[in-house]
Design a protein around this ligand. Sequence first.
Ligand code: HEM
Length: 503
Amino acid sequence: MNMEQPLLAETARYAMSTAGIVATMVICVVIVCSKLYNRPHLPKGPGYLELINTFIALGKGTHMHEVVRGFNKVYGDVFTLAMGQTSIVMVSSKDGLKEGMLTKGLDFADRPNLYAANLNYGGDRNNGIFISDYNTKCKLKRKLFLSALRLRGEMQVVLEQKILQETLNVLQSFKQQPKVGFDPKEIVMCSVMNITFHILFNKHYTPDDKEFLTIMHNVDTRFRAYVTLLYLDLFPVLRLLPHKNRKTIEDCNNWLLELVQRFIDEHRSTLEDVTKPRDVIDKVLIEQEEDNDGQLLSDKDLQWSFVNVITAGFDTTGLTTLWGLALLAKNPNIQNKLQSELRTSFKEDENIRWQDRKRCPYLEATVLEIQRCSNISTFAPNRARKNTTIQGHNIPEGVNVFFCLWSYHLDPRYWERPMEFDPTRFLDPAGEVFRQETVITFGLGPRLCPGESLARMELLMFFGNVFKNLKVTFAENSKNFDFTPAKNSLPLSPKSYHICANY
Ligand code: HEM
């Protein structure tokens, strides 16, 4: 997914890297002006000088999660970043995440109201799912997609078959790559996009299909254009200037919306048996009819929701897969154990499916550890819906509260040797998988990622079927691969690398 989390501080990093000194001066003006605003009493946090240092560090490439970790040491697990008119309360501890996302999940279930993110959804926060507040429509859309993407009954069989087909295609592509090494990014990203379209719309593309290439182009261009506008949240006055990327976003959206509407029309006219949905769109259309007779959710709602799901499901799963390949290339012993489990438990011509996971606990543990270590979603961005508290601090209605998923997954208080890649941390002495619920890369509570089951299925089947057949090593030019995430990446992406696939 494009984790469309327009993090204000990431925004600042962008602004700093592009506008340098000028931005620093503007920030000083913002700071002075912000003294004029009457901010509610919030948890303590860095002062203006520290914030300026932070902007400079971000501009030089420090990642936002590292900044948060630094502030945690000084201000504790709950602190406030106050920038201009906006304040964000950052929460990092396990208890804080549980309280804010689960126990008081409804208190914090709204999303921040941010300009650039809104532009990405045609300027209307009711479009799509991710940027919507937790209102009736948002709940309804979540319900439809949760049910359609849930791995149960007839849908599990449909989804599993499509994922398997795409995974076997990737395996075939890996086999055809040069022995000296290749960059797996394009193959993996194309495959994830294809899985997404196959599952959502029963559409299978070859990688060179013109429509497929245009989809990839529009999703990518829309996201890149959006990132260039993040600074408008920090410097609202600049919104008055013309920005050509607003039009770029609009064009990409219009193209994607038309495409989705075409699929909706095609599916409506060809759906014969409501007990046999062919894909997610059939399931959504059936439930739309059953639930509310089309009264509450129009086709426009469905169009935007699908655009959201396409973009949300693509980057996230693809990047986790790329992190996983790099982590396994770095850890040949773990690959050996994984392959040995897979080859012992499955026949040579047998493919690994979701329901087989009990037969391969080491695989399931490896996927959990890949999710924990790749840790691509830095934050879950939320907003208080009423006056409430978190970890004893008062939080007034409307204040942004970001739950720091990244900090939690690498915190030595909760994980032994957190920087080590070790799947056995998820295995009990009997070799069974446990502590699954402690990996919360999909968030928790009312805004939990609706694609969780699907993504977990994709990851398990990818790593199972690929590593049963081959092993990967870093190519000569990537032997010293640096695992710090790529600069300015959002969600966190690995830097590019080359691997060799060995059989
Ligand atoms: C490894 C893959 C993925 C990761 C790590 C991931 C992570 C997340 C996270 C952290 C959130 C925010 C949760 C919160 O605020 O509590 C989210 C929301 C969302 N994700 Fe995912 N996701 C993944 C895959 C997918 C897939 C495959 C889909 C759809 C096919 C999807 C669709 C969505 C949507 C629509 C939302 C917005 C939900 C809302 O705001 O209510 N994601 N995801």
